[in-house]
Write a protein that binds this ligand. Structure first.
Ligand code: ZN
Length: 181
């Protein structure tokens, strides 16, 4: 668990980025804004700040904030039972998001969290600037990283059982998006 002061600081910094993005949160959403270090203990290296904007039976829209160079660790949304897996579209509202998927490695300067190289096998970088978006198909390994000024993103997802998400780092606790039901 990351130190509470660091978690609070991360949240405040994320609030500043949201403000810069121009995306207006309701009072409830502000209260629900959550910091998640995924149990990895270093919020500045691996984690995110997020809040659900819509969570219906079939659809989920989340505001996902990444601090500068902060990484949402590599994971996959696999098929299970009759579900083909989560399709996840990310739209950048502020800053830049670096998205990594399987494919030819194209950035020799890729910033892998220290000592975690084995867990970050998807090395094909897609840079998404403000106004850009990208859809990650179901069952594709992926990870996200905030650019030099961080990133505020909207993510559009079909609902799946988030406990089915698979993270490469076995120390990760659950999914990137907090389960509240
Ligand atoms: Zn994902």
């Amino acid at each position: 668990m990351t130190d509470m002061t660091l978690l609070r600081g991360a949240k405040q910094e994320a609030e500043g980025l949201i403000h810069k993005s121009g995306f207006v949160l309701s009072e409830q959403e502000q209260q629900d804004l959550a910091v998640n270090d995924m149990g990895l203990g270093d919020i500045r290296a691996e984690g995110l700040v997020f809040v659900d904007i819509l969570r219906s039976a079939r659809l989920r829209i989340t505001l996902l904030v990444l601090l500068p160079n902060q990484t949402l660790p590599q994971h996959v949304h696999p098929p299970y039972e009759t579900e083909i897996g989560k399709e996840e579209t990310l739209r950048v509202l502020y800053g830049q998001t670096r998205l990594y998927v399987p494919g030819p490695e194209n950035n020799p300067q890729v910033l892998i969290p220290s000592g975690k190289e084995a867990y970050y096998t998807a090395r094909h970088e897609i840079l998404i600037n403000k106004g850009g978006q990208y859809t990650v198909d179901p069952n594709i390994e992926h990870w996200f990283q905030g650019g030099p000024d961080g990133a505020v993103n909207l993510t559009f997802q079909n609902r799946v059982d988030e406990t089915k998400n698979i993270f490469n780092d076995p120390r990760s606790l659950g999914c990137p998006i907090k389960i509240d039901d």
